[in-house]
Design a protein around this ligand. Structure first.
Ligand code: MIC
Ligand code: SF4
Length: 643
């Protein structure tokens, strides 16, 4: 049978289950990555598994999120991760070396390999033909220990690209168009596979922008073929040896087809507060802006930065506007320094930031009150910028730079002719900020360095005979992990301390929730559709678990968050009749009799609202493996039991 590219790579990695759409398969994982905001927890979990050395082909730990170091906590985490890496066979990308996804693409990614990362934008690797998937820290820990990573065998959506982008229209506009058409839930349970004549007109960094922001579709991942363009990129990175040509078989059959004529696209923006709220510049009209931020794992490549420098050359940032620029990696920053583009940016008045996530995760550069901020990032959820009423628009670097000069949202096509921007024949390669692990003979002598803020992860309880608990919180549709477990400069330093970080759980929705949940002892959360979209942070499951949440009942879940709930031993259920969502209220007591037995018997779980006396049906869309994990009280307990 003719196969899609994604199917070919998936099938070559299946170690458990069958490639049947909708059923669960276990995949062999070739590479893993972590970043520091999820990494400490992931390595604590890895340590708990007692595996001396990682069993993957390559595992890399990056320090890129918590680099503000406003206090000892972040630096302690960096030191802990660095020492764990040395001991357990993991490469360590030091702070300053760049954003995990950008550096991984430059230095480690390889076509045809599988990669999981404890960060939802891991699909960036799809830009060079990898199956790269975002996962919770616990799943990454298991993969580092040689265990399989489980996904639902996905449907494949084929996005067929034809034509060529017009001058000043960007790869960002391609993914914004896909988001406009499919929405933030359109990709759930699917892999987005790009093909068609238009593919060869896009460079690797442009492809990576598209696969990166495919995370906002809720997709399992996105992938481009590996072709001559991939080969030249890898060659310029001194890594031609990992190149293999890869594409779908002729006549591959897809579950859905989306056609996009690149030549028909125009510059666009995702308006507040959702990445799928996409409008063209013309539709948005005259919009006065306060801030422009360029960078993040979506748009911080050398190519992006060269375009920005070209636009800023000889000009000055508009008086009322603050422009910050964070090049994605040390390689990018260094090349900009050497070719003079950095000086052009500084001359124009840009505020140059270190190569890290920075403003994208609310670590500095929050806009002014109700400030309008144009960002080249991938998420514009409410409050994520650090300013509650900040209005964030997601745009291309070209549009961002043009607007920084005029003070208004500006269509970059007004800039006139566009020169050809090309990937260099050779990137500047210096891996001196990537520390290799010590040899096996020396690993016993490495001491793991911990700090006072690094607390062990809380352990979950096996499923009890009956769950009877109050609804401590009822929320609406599209609740993001930034609602459940906010990030930002104040909260991110607490990522290694679940008891402390839990005090901010659901702070965006209801500041009283943590105290209420703790006082109740056990509780239930009710949500609408696409609950838990966004980040892969398992803290959005670990904090509720610590606060005593036993079950979350929603209209539907986002993929990674649902897996994280299962791993944390929290029962994820969906309403069979969505009308039952309206029939429950915060404060009602719900009872689930013999949950483990109900799960064993099938996928339907009966819940009784003891406050109203009404019973309703819910669905547990779980594999047998996931049911066993829940019964055992989370993935760590389950893995311990199995060994
Ligand atoms: C994000 O973009 O939200 C993050 C911060 O990179 C997260 C990971 C985290 O919360 O640490 C993600 O996307 O998974
Ligand atoms: Fe970092 Fe932002 Fe990318 Fe997340 S989306 S990895 S915070 S740059």
């Amino acid at each position: 049978m003719a196969l899609a590219l994604a199917e070919k790579i998936l099938n070559a990695h299946i170690v458990d289950g069958k490639p049947e759409k909708g059923s669960e398969v276990g995949l062999k994982i070739d590479q893993t990555l972590t970043q520091d905001a999820t990494g400490t927890m992931a390595y604590l979990e890895f340590e708990a598994m007692g595996v001396p050395r990682v069993k993957t082909e390559r595992s890399v730990a990056y320090i890129d999120h918590n680099t503000l170091q406003n206090g000892f906590e972040n630096a302690d985490d960096h030191r802990f991760i660095g020492s764990v890496c040395k001991k357990h066979g993991i490469y360590f990308s030091r702070p300053g070396n760049g954003i995990c996804h950008q550096v991984h693409l430059e230095r480690f990614g390889a076509p045809g390999k599988t990669l999981i990362g404890s960060d939802s934008h891991t699909p960036t690797g799809g830009g060079i033909g990898m199956i790269a998937i975002g996962a919770g820290g616990m799943d990454v820990a298991v993969a580092m220990g040689g265990g399989a990573y489980y996904i639902t065998y996905p449907q494949i959506v084929n996005v067929r690209l034809t034509g060529k982008l017009q001058p000043w229209v960007a790869a960002k506009d391609v993914i914004l168009e896909v988001l406009k058409r499919l929405s933030v839930k359109g990709g759930v349970g699917k892999i987005i596979e790009y093909s068609g004549d238009g593919v060869k007109t896009l460079s690797v960094p442009e492809r990576a922008t598209i696969t990166n922001m495919g995370a906002e579709l809720g997709a399992t991942t996105s992938i481009f073929p590996s072709d001559e363009v991939t080969k030249s990129f890898l060659k310029a990175q001194g890594r031609e040896s990992v190149y293999v040509p890869l594409s779908a078989d002729d006549g591959a059959v897809y579950d859905e087809v989306v056609e996009i004529d690149l030549g028909a696209l125009v510059p666009m923006a995702a308006c507040p507060h959702s990445p799928d709220n996409v409008k063209t510049c013309e539709e948005i009209g005259k919009l006065k802006i306060d801030q422009v931020c360029i960078g993040s794992c979506t748009n911080s490549s050398l190519l992006d930065m060269l375009k920005v420098a070209y636009i800023l050359k000889g000009k000055t940032v508009y008086p009322d506007v603050s422009l910050s620029i964070a090049p994605g990696s040390k390689q990018v920053l260094n090349m900009l320094a050497e070719n003079g583009a950095l000086s052009v940016m500084i001359d124009a008045g840009a505020r140059i930031l270190e190569s890290a996530c920075g403003p994208c995760i609310g670590m500095g550069q929050s806009p002014n009150s109700a400030g309008i901020s144009l960002r080249t990032f991938n998420r514009n959820f409410e409050g994520r910028s650090g300013t509650k009423d900040g209005q964030v628009y997601l745009v291309s670097p070209e549009l961002a730079a043009a607007s920084a000069l005029t003070g208004y949202l500006t269509d970059p096509r007004t800039l006139g002719d566009m020169p050809d921007f090309e990937i260099p024949k050779e990137f500047k390669i210096n891996d001196n900020m990537i520390v290799p692990p010590v040899s096996e003979s020396k690993m016993d002598s490495v001491e793991v360095l911990r700090g006072p803020n690094i607390k062990p992860f809380p352990s979950a309880q096996p499923l009890s005979d009956v769950i009877s608990a109050q609804i401590a919180l009822k929320v609406g549709d599209n609740i993001t992990t930034d609602h459940i477990m906010p990030a930002g400069a104040k909260i991110l330093p607490l990522r290694s301390n679940i008891p402390k970080i839990s005090k901010f759980c659901f702070a965006v929705c209801d500041e009283a929730f943590p105290d209420r949940a703790l006082a109740l002892g056990k509780s239930i959360v009710v949500g609408g559709s696409n609950y838990g979209q966004g980040s892969s942070r398992e803290h959005a499951a670990l904090a509720p678990m610590y606060l005593g949440v036993k079950a979350v009942i929603t209209k539907s879940f986002a993929r990674i968050h649902m897996a994280n709930l299962v791993n944390a031993g929290i029962l994820p259920l969906t309403f069979v009749n969505e009308a039952d969502y309206d029939a429950v209220s915060q404060g009602d007591t719900l009872t689930i009799e013999a949950p483990a037995k109900q799960l064993e018997a099938g996928d339907e779980v009966t819940v009784t609202n003891t406050t109203t006396g009404k019973a309703f049906k819910t669905k547990a869309s779980l594999s047998d493996r996931q049911k066993a994990i829940l019964t055992a009280g989370g993935l760590i307990n389950y893995t311990g039991k199995k060994n």
